[in-house]
Design a protein around this ligand. Structure first.
Ligand code: FAD
Length: 235
């Protein structure tokens, strides 16, 4: 049996979770423990479509490889940029070294673009060379000479209309929150707050309604292309 840990009054068990549906209820299996509750909230990111496999549930979500690179340069303004002509975003690194660098007139920015590929978590070995060369070219064309100082990749997930989703899935007690693309830090907190509202009051706040999973009905293709992220305000 997995050990139950506690942080700030919340109990948790480390391990890989699986869900099972039956008898109008959801069971969560993790590290030899079987958990039940009034609600189960599925928030496993790019793994949402994988964890629901075998349950009979369909979700309008696909996982993809998401990449970003960090560049150091001189005189780069410290703001978040979404460039819909070059199709890139750039943001400050947001690290403790930002202040020290700025005293030298330097800054590090993180940049990414829409050059993404549908693929399952675990299938990729590293950041693509083509990605680095494309993003470096685009960043240089916008801010001038920069030096590549790092790159990372991970997995994100996408809905058919590029917007995140929340809602119930099959059973009223099974909630799903996901489809955050590469901008989960922007809309994620507002939609997580909407899930809390739903659990406490039984209804969705108005701002969350455009994100409800019901908008897809039961009608979406088996695969689709990744388009441009909206980076919309979620208020
Ligand atoms: C390289 C890169 C750069 C990015 N840059 C930005 C950025 O600048 N700004 C921004 O807003 N967003 C950015 N993102 C996107 C952002 O990280 C995602 O939108 C966000 O993390 C999605 O949140 P999530 O909680 O849905 O999923 P995740 O953050 O992926 O969390 C899901 C968690 O569930 C766990 N999990 C999955 N399956 C199981 C299981 N069966 N059992 C137990 N645990 C499980 C995973 O290990 C993971 O910890 C970037 C992503 C990448 C990969």
């Amino acid at each position: 049996m997995g050990k139950v840990h506690e942080i700030k009054g919340v109990n948790y068990i480390r391990g890989e979770a699986a869900i099972r549906l039956g008898n109008h209820e959801v069971r969560v299996l993790v590290s030899g423990n079987e958990l039940r509750g009034d609600y189960v909230i599925l928030a496993s990111g790019a793994w949402n479509s994988i964890i629901t496999r075998g349950t009979g549930l369909r979700v309008p979500l696909l996982p993809y490889k998401c990449q970003a690179a960090a560049f150091m340069g001189r005189g780069i303004s410290n703001v978040i940029v979404y460039d819909y002509v070059l199709d890139i975003y750039m943001r400050p690194l947001g690290s403790v070294i930002d202040n020290a660098l700025s005293r030298l007139g330097l800054s590090i920015i993180v940049a990414g673009d829409g050059n993404s590929r549908i693929t399952e978590p675990g299938r990729e070995a590293g950041v693509d060379r083509e990605f680095i060369s494309e993003i470096r070219g685009k960043v240089r064309s916008r801010v001038g000479e920069v030096l590549l100082v790092g790159s990372r990749f991970g997995y994100c997930e996408v809905t058919p209309d590029m917007r995140p989703l929340v809602g119930t899935l099959g059973l009223d007690s099974l909630l799903l929150i996901g489809g955050f693309n590469g901008y989960g830090a922007e809309v994620g907190p507002a939609l997580a707050s909407a899930v809390v509202d739903y659990v406490l009051s039984g209804s969705w706040p108005d701002y969350a309604r455009p994100y409800l999973i019901d908008r897809f009905g039961n009608d979406w293709p088996s695969t689709w292309d990744i388009s441009v992220e909206a980076h919309e305000l979620c208020v």
